[in-house]
Design a protein around this ligand. Sequence first.
Ligand code: ACO
Length: 332
Amino acid sequence: MTRGERRAVIRGTGSALPDRVLTNADLEKMVDTSDDWIATRTGIRERRIAADDEYMSQFATRAAEQALSSAGLPASQVDLIICATVTPDMPIPATACIVQDRLGATGAAAFDLAAGCSGFIYGLAVAERFVASGDYRAILVIGAELLSKFTDWRDRATCVLFGDGAGAVVLTPGEAPYGVLATSMHADGSMADFIYVPAGGTREPASERTVAERRHFIRMRGNETFKMAVRSMEETSRAVLEKAGLTPQDVNLFIPHQANRRIIDAVGSRLGLREDQVYVNIERVGNTSAASIPVALDEAMRKGLVRKGDNLLFAAFGTGLTWGAAVCTWGW
Ligand code: ACO
């Protein structure tokens, strides 16, 4: 296979969600909100929340193990592990290294990738280049987040939105017509304060003051984010489809980042997609950030909604701000 012929094909998928379910009714007892407000404004009915003693690498490892098992690939053959996350186990080292150890993927390079909710798309774009170039033969791309640990459970504007979980895919080389056809990645840091955690980094190291002022939790300008999300997800989806020589009508399944049901519906309708072309699971899992697309993909696979030869479109948007999309022809 020459460099031009070689494509990165998704061979396996996996996902892992916490057992604990937090419903809108539970949230009604915690903050001044209602099931009706949350369901109407976001489409979310419940989400999974990790237990106090659970941490991100546990879910990332479980999702990765499932992806490897569905690909029929031993961990010893993995060349690279990319863990897309903004909620690592700890600031140092990269959680991808912890996952590498847990998997026994001793030959794999490993790094974390921080692009918020767009992290899985960014990870897929990076992995695709390494496989297509022939440098690596098996790459795990994991999207994993425990946003609940950075959620201010007194802030009704954000605490109703997020859920925890992890999803993973395995990419290996294959030939046309299957594989990743096109990807796009974008960022605009002038809107970095739309979704952010002010303290805990080098700018505002953790102190008694930062803890007292609740500056280690997510803050979000939801309304501005919403408008940017719809516009950018539509534009970047159109761009990758065009790069791949496809139109929205050629898409068998669109798996968007699950941030808000209204964002998903608006993007789907602007792209001219029918309801059955769009996969939605936000009502059960909430916004799981970088995990949302691989978790939804794994679910869609298990439900038999993805068949060999199908064209899949992924698009995401998140903190940074970042956004991007990817299109692939399913190969297994
Ligand atoms: N329950 C009841 N009322 C609420 C709640 C709540 N949970 N939250 C906010 N409100 C109130 C507000 O206080 C406001 O009241 P007011 O009119 O009296 O001031 C009113 O509801 C409307 O608030 P908005 O913020 O304008 O509501 P909006 O329709 O924009 O919905 C939402 C808010 C759901 C956050 C929406 O803007 C959204 O989904 N934004 C996008 C979020 C996103 O995509 N984030 C990116 C990914 S996150 C990441 O990268 C980690």
